[in-house]
Design a protein around this ligand. Structure first.
Ligand SMILES: [Ca+2]
Length: 124
């Protein structure tokens, strides 16, 4: 698992990415509960056989391609599992613009209606 210092670096990265236009709360809370800020996380298989990728656990059925740039984000899923999160944020912004917060179970289950200190207190 990743160390606290690694998580802090990722946290700072998430916090300063201005191109992800949703609230800082979304960026922090959602990514914490989707991936524990593990930028290399690959979740799944889901019930439909799909996988979820990276910080925002972006699904390969609709948004990225397992064998190269594809999907609605026109990105390779492997690019969602590296340490450069700018492209992850751009894809997450597209998802958010279409589906809102409810695209993420991490949001629905843990973040909605909570304060940011509640959301991150057990992790930092
Ligand atoms: Ca990336």
């Amino acid at each position: 698992m990743f160390s606290i210092s690694h998580k802090y670096v990722v946290f700072k990265e998430i916090s300063k990415k201005s191109q992800f236009t949703c609230s800082p709360f979304l960026r922090v809370c959602l990514t914490l509960h989707e991936s524990s800020w593990n930028t290399q996380a690959r979740g799944g298989p889901n019930s439909d056989g799909s996988y979820d990728n990276g910080l925002f656990q972006i699904n390969d059925r609709y948004w990225c391609g397992e064998s190269g740039a594809a999907g609605d984000c026109n990105i390779a899923c492997s690019a969602l599992r590296d340490d450069s999160i700018s492209d992850d944020c751009q894809c997450a912004s597209l998802i958010y613009s279409r589906m809102g917060f409810n695209a993420w179970y991490g949001w629905i289950n843990y973040c909605e209606g909570q304060s940011i200190s509640d959301a991150v207190s057990h992790c930092l």
